[in-house]
Ligand binder design. Structure first.
Ligand code: GTP
Ligand code: SPV
Ligand code: MN
Length: 590
């Protein structure tokens, strides 16, 4: 039975169902009873494997097809009516052509299957920040993931009423054919079409497709921002909490920073980090003129490899119940899971991410896929912020950009002002990771970590950032850049990272309070080495000076790279950014 009488919802569902022709239609009400039935069905077909109930209560393992393990940027399209509106960094398809061409693939794609209709909210239901979505999918795995990642169920329809303001998402696994895999976004129609994939970022349509690509377009039109950012609160010994939002590209450390446990010297004094979000932030100017953020998600879709008791105990704890693991190792001895970097005892009697026999002691290949993931409820996180469900969000004091750079970018620097900060975000570059298909470790420009996620012309997106700064005026957050990934001549990371990143956050917060010094360089303000607290850390001040250095030769090359990159944006490049590039060049000549 339909869970709503909203005519816009019903019309779109009727049309979509007529196209994909499922045998059955099931409305997802969000009840535990219904979810349990679906879990039972997925266990019966092998789609989900129930894990050890004592060690991992309510947890499941799922394996995707081996050709379907990451986002597919080459097959992701922005279907705006005008090609120019998609801009130079997105693939574009004419919407008419897209509906027609991919419509043929959808025709009858759910024959013999069940269509599940999922009402969900990005953001707390009823918050002025929040937006509703409806996803039609033929995958139980998607339903169960959406139940963790979003606020899902019939209350969403109650909050939506008869409004037309919801995002339509149609997902069909079809036959998982790579050649016919499409992730299409129609920003002007509030619509997403995804076909021939079963992997997270391609199919959990509330996440990257809606909360970044469609939402960034909505934000541009409505005066707010949708960003690929974690949100954390840093509590000082006086009990005051300052919030920061940080944009790093995929698999570059957002989840880790968001759940950071400060080193002992800080913990002893009473410092604590609270996690508000680990991947996406929606930011609006509040009644007080400051920038406020909510995390539109309700769970973490985190990278498994490298997550352990030392690197990120809070993430690990988050995965100990009610979690879905995707493409990790299945330990057959005790029916649990394992991944590279979990501990030094890989299981011997196990199946790798492909489901093949795997012996961790003798294997030459990795057992877990490098982009294997956990889907864990945010409420499981020991450091989840008390403000997690706040409908007004949290006020942001600092915005941090960052990426993986073996050289060039110093450990941390502060921009001179907002426009310079937008410039810093726009020139972000990072080595590619396994989070998307394609080569790994290649440096590419990834402005604001949004290259794969901006739903419109990136030059106009830069302009939107500049315009937001004008509205925020002196209430704007301060903007910083960090790089945890400088390497030595042997390719080892120099900075210890993880919990010790607290030492950098400490300087950042002090800067927002005008309580720390800095030295001006060609690119902005860099800390004086003695102002980064190294207490309790075996790390020499000379090594620190090394990773704080701004090498003028490298930056001169960088400026050339930026000049080339900026040409892409033509007359959509804000004059403020062209001006910032001139300033950088002039500074480098000084
Ligand atoms: P997405 O979910 O893809 O958006 O990734 P993310 O930005 O949340 O990255 P995540 O925190 O999952 O980290 C990805 C990888 O970077 C993991 O293998 C981490 O172990 C590693 N990593 C995270 N923080 C640090 C750090 O401070 N130093 C070093 N060397 N590695 C880190
Ligand atoms: C990312 O790639 O940035 C992720 C994972 O957070 S996905 O949901 O696949 O996009
Ligand atoms: Mn991400």
């Amino acid at each position: 039975m339909a869970l709503t009488t909203n005519p816009h919802v019903l019309k779109w569902i009727d049309e979509s169902i007529a196209l994909v022709k499922p045998d059955k239609v099931v409305w997802i009400d969000g009840s535990e009873e219904q979810l349990n039935e679906l879990r039972e069905q997925a266990m019966a077909t092998g789609e989900m494997i129930k894990l050890n109930e004592e060690k991992l209560p309510g947890c499941f393992l799922h394996r995707t097809a081996i050709n379907d393990v990451a986002r597919v940027e080459g097959r992701t399209f922005i279907c705006s009516r005008k090609e120019e509106d998609a801009g130079p960094t997105n693939n574009w398809m004419d919407p008419k052509e897209a509906y027609e061409k991919v419509g043929k693939l959808y025709d009858g794609a759910m024959k013999g299957r069940t269509a599940y209709i999922i009402p969900y909210s990005m953001g707390p239901i009823g918050s002025p920040f929040s937006k509703a979505g409806v996803e039609i999918t033929d995958s139980i795995y998607v339903v169960l993931n959406m139940a963790i990642m979003t606020r899902m169920g019939k209350d969403v329809f109650t909050a939506l009423g008869d409004s037309n303001d919801f995002v339509r998402g149609l997902h069909a696994k079809a036959d998982l054919d790579e050649e016919n895999r499409y992730i299409l976004h129609f920003p002007e129609d509030n619509t997403i079409w995804s076909i021939n994939s079963g992997y997270g970022g391609n199919v959990l349509l509330g996440k990257k497709c809606f909360a970044l690509r469609i939402a960034s377009y909505q934000g541009k039109n409505e005066g707010w921002m949708a960003e690929h950012m974690l949100i954390l609160g840093l509590e000082n010994p006086q009990g005051e909490v300052k919030y920061v939002a940080a944009a790093f590209p995929s698999a570059c450390g957002k989840t880790n920073l968001a759940m950071l446990i400060p080193p002992e010297v800080y913990r002893n004094k009473g410092y604590k980090v609270w996690c508000v979000g680990d991947d996406i932030a929606w930011l609006r100017i509040g009644p007080d003129g400051r920038l406020w953020a909510v995390n539109p998600e309700n769970g973490f879709f985190g990278v498994a490899p490298g997550t352990n008791e030392k690197s990120n105990p809070n993430a690990l704890a988050s995965t100990r119940q009610g979690t879905i693991f995707t493409n990790v190792v299945h330990n057959l001895d005790d029916n649990t899971v394992w991944w590279e970097g979990l501990d030094k005892n890989p299981p011997r009697n196990a199946l790798n991410w492909k489901g093949e026999k795997w012996d961790g002691a003798t294997a030459t290949e990795k057992g877990a896929h490098p982009n294997s993931r956990f889907t864990a409820p945010a409420k499981n996180c020991p450091c989840v912020s008390p403000e997690f469900d706040s409908s007004t969000g949290v006020p942001i004091s600092a915005i941090i950009f960052g990426g993986r750079r073996a050289k060039t970018a110093p450990l941390v620097y502060q921009s001179r002002d907002w426009d310079n900060g937008v410039f810093v975000g726009s020139i972000m570059a990072s080595e590619t990771t396994a989070a998307a298909t394609g080569a790994v470790g290649v440096v590419r420009r990834d402005p604001m970590a949004m290259l794969p996620f901006c739903g419109y012309h990136m030059g106009d997106y830069f302009q939107h950032w500049i315009d937001m700064g004008k509205k925020l005026g002196d209430k704007a957050p301060k903007i910083f850049n960090v790089n945890w990934f400088r390497t030595d001549d042997e390719g080892n990371f120099i900075w210890p990272g993880f919990g010790d990143n607290m030492r950098v956050l400490d300087w950042i917060i002090k800067r927002t309070e005008n309580q720390a010094d800095a030295q001006e360089t060609a690119i902005g303000y860099v800390p004086k080495a003695e102002d980064i607290n190294l207490d309790g850390l075996d790390f020499s001040i000379d090594t620190l000076k090394g990773i704080l250095e701004v090498d003028k030769d490298l930056w001169t090359q960088e400026a050339e790279g930026i000049t080339e990159f900026y040409k892409k944006f033509g007359d959509h490049l804000p004059k403020e950014l062209a001006n910032q590039l001139d300033i950088l060049k002039a500074n480098l000549k000084k």
